[in-house]
Design a protein around this ligand. Structure first.
Ligand code: PBG
Length: 321
């Protein structure tokens, strides 16, 4: 007890603070998202400053840079050249995502993760085909997701990451991969994905206009126990790792997931978290360090890896550790 016990002793010198650091962010914790599209040159995304939609060649160049910075993985999102009710362009081997997966997996040693969802590829913007009554057809979507995952695995993806919150998606994808000879491809499930306003800027990034809302498949922000059920089901269905999304507003869910499971836990610092922090720093309302602090907080909550649009910037500051 005070005055004998003094916590400040371990904070007096920078080296001691460093020595006793419980959580830190290294470039090896980060996953860089990339948006790819068949186009001539990169284009800026207005709602996400410094993030671009890339042509395949530029995506490969960016992947090489990312690897040099010690970031071990990229996650690819596609902006397709055509859209329809089923999202058929999602499993088209000539689309930009498949091509970028092929090139990046051949030309780098990165772990290539493919986002396995249909919302960027459907003309209505939902994560699966829509029934006459307007709801997304769960079981029909599962068949399509299996095809998409196989096309991504065929292109060379190491990990497929279903993000559509369809019931049974992990099992359907696992079965499709196994029966097509892709037993070695891992499934990282966005097991607790919330129906969140923080995805706003992504819509522009992925050119994904939504008619309606995703509340019939994504989770409501107030749900905590329900995330535990989602996590458990995905583990039972064969998920190799679990993900929580968004990250910062859902740190308790990251912690719950960490405490309940021994699988790797990922968290996705989404577009709205990025744009919010970016513009606060840009406008002088927050110091630059707030960006890294947000990632340390996500690590402290229990994430092993973080998908973040700040990956490159933070890796430049931290190095791999
Ligand atoms: C769609 C998808 C979304 C994001 C990634 N995949 C949007 C949504 O579900 O509405 C958002 C990512 C981000 O905001 O950075 N399955």
């Amino acid at each position: 007890m005070f005055p004998e016990k003094r916590m400040r002793r371990v904070r007096g010198k920078e080296s001691t603070r460093h020595l006793f650091e419980e959580n830190q962010v290294a470039s090896s914790d980060l996953i860089q998202p990339l948006f790819v599209e068949h186009r001539d040159e990169p284009v800026n995304i207005e709602s996400m400053p410094e993030v671009q939609r890339l042509d395949v060649e530029s995506a490969v160049e960016k992947a090489v840079e990312v690897e040099e910075l010690g970031i071990p993985a990229v996650i690819l999102f596609g902006v397709p050249s055509y859209k329809d009710g089923q999202g058929s362009s999602a499993w088209d081997p000539s689309e930009a995502v498949q091509e970028a997966i092929r090139r990046i997996s051949e030309e780098t040693g990165l772990t290539v993760i493919a986002d396995t969802c249909l919302c960027e590829y459907t003309d209505h913007g939902h994560c699966g085909p829509v029934n006459e009554n307007g709801s997304v057809a769960n079981d029909r979507t599962l068949n399509i997701l299996g095809r998409v995952a196989v096309s991504q695995a065929e292109a060379g993806a190491d990990i497929v990451a279903p993000s559509g919150m369809m019931d049974g998606m992990v099992q359907a994808i696992r079965e499709a991969l196994d029966s097509d000879g892709y037993k070695h491809v891992a499934v990282v499930s966005y097991s607790a994905k919330y129906c969140s306003g923080f995805y706003g800027p992504f819509r522009e990034a992925a050119e994904s206009e939504l008619l309606g809302h995703r509340g019939t498949y994504q989770m409501q922000p107030g749900q905590r126990r329900e995330a535990a059920v989602e996590n458990r089901l995905d583990v039972e269905e064969g998920a190799d790792a679990l993900m929580v999304k968004p990250a910062m507003p859902y740190l308790d869910i990251v912690r719950d997931t960490r405490n309940r499971h021994d699988l790797p836990v990922l968290a996705y610092q989404v577009s709205g978290e990025y744009s919010m922090l970016y513009s606060a720093v840009e406008n002088g309302l927050l110091p630059e360090e707030a960006k890294k602090e947000s990632l340390v907080a996500i690590k402290r909550a229990g994430a092993d890896a973080v998908i973040t649009y700040f990956a490159e910037e933070i890796a430049k500051q931290t190095g791999s550790g």
